[in-house]
Ligand binder design. Sequence first.
Ligand SMILES: [Zn+2]
Length: 322
Amino acid sequence: MQFDNKSGIQLQQVDFFGSSASTEAPTFGFPAGRPMLRWHFNSRSIYRLGITGMARSVIFFLLVILTNLSLALLHPFSRSRLVLVAVIYGAVTLLILYMLFHPRNQWLVSNRSRVDGAGCLALTFDDGPDPVDTPKLLDLLREKGVKATFFVVGKRADQYPEIVRRAWAEGHLVANHTWSHYSLFCFLMPRRLRAEIERGTESVRRSCGVRPRLFRSPVGLRHPLLGPYLKDAGLEYISWTIRTRDTLTANSRVLARRILNKAASGDIILLHDRLPGGTDAMLEALPRVIDELRERGFEFVLAGPREDAGGTLQPAECEPAL
Ligand SMILES: [Zn+2]
């Protein structure tokens, strides 16, 4: 789902607080059903105000500058001023960190973390291709008849283009996970940020013959300029609803349970087909996860349209989950 950024200044439901428009907005631990305490930072409302793209990036930078300027309030120094500055600085810093690090935050870049269709789930695999583990995963997916989405790192795709080509040829979706997977992604200079996006796209095009339409940043990190740059590149940001934490566990049973306990219709599940210690736990857990979710009536779909499928999700429809 892309937001309509051209809706102009339509002020219907301009509710920054307590809105029920987004089930994904954070509640900061407050119990649901108590409207006075439920505080939603609902940036979808900002879109309705017509504050889009670069304007949101500018507001973000102003927020950073004004936060630091608030230190001037310490002169002349007093205890009450110190408390005031600490509150301002702390609160806005938390807000900035939320904007940069929360995987489903919509402020700096609109993103999608679900798939359409009742009973649909999307498996997504980041950080590959890996010369050993990705082919094993592709074998497994072929055996199970499951299609998935691979967010590949551009320079690894250039190293192992035959693996990326195989994934594409077998009906999976291949997407852009930047060129180098730079871990401090949110601090990249603008030129490097654009290069990371463009070189990632070119790498997929070289391997598969099509330009990818989907993008995910390293660790889901945001950058103040990511929204406008992705728009220029024709890419949609895809987040997730289930972080499996497969990077932290070597126990396949724990991993399977984590997914099976959470899975619900529309979820996008984050996994990795390349990890420093290997992906044995994921490869062991996945057959059980696929079988059990199918028994529950779920169907596995791609996270977005295949470029050669006329822009429709594959498969187009899912049966309702039992
Ligand atoms: Zn990654």
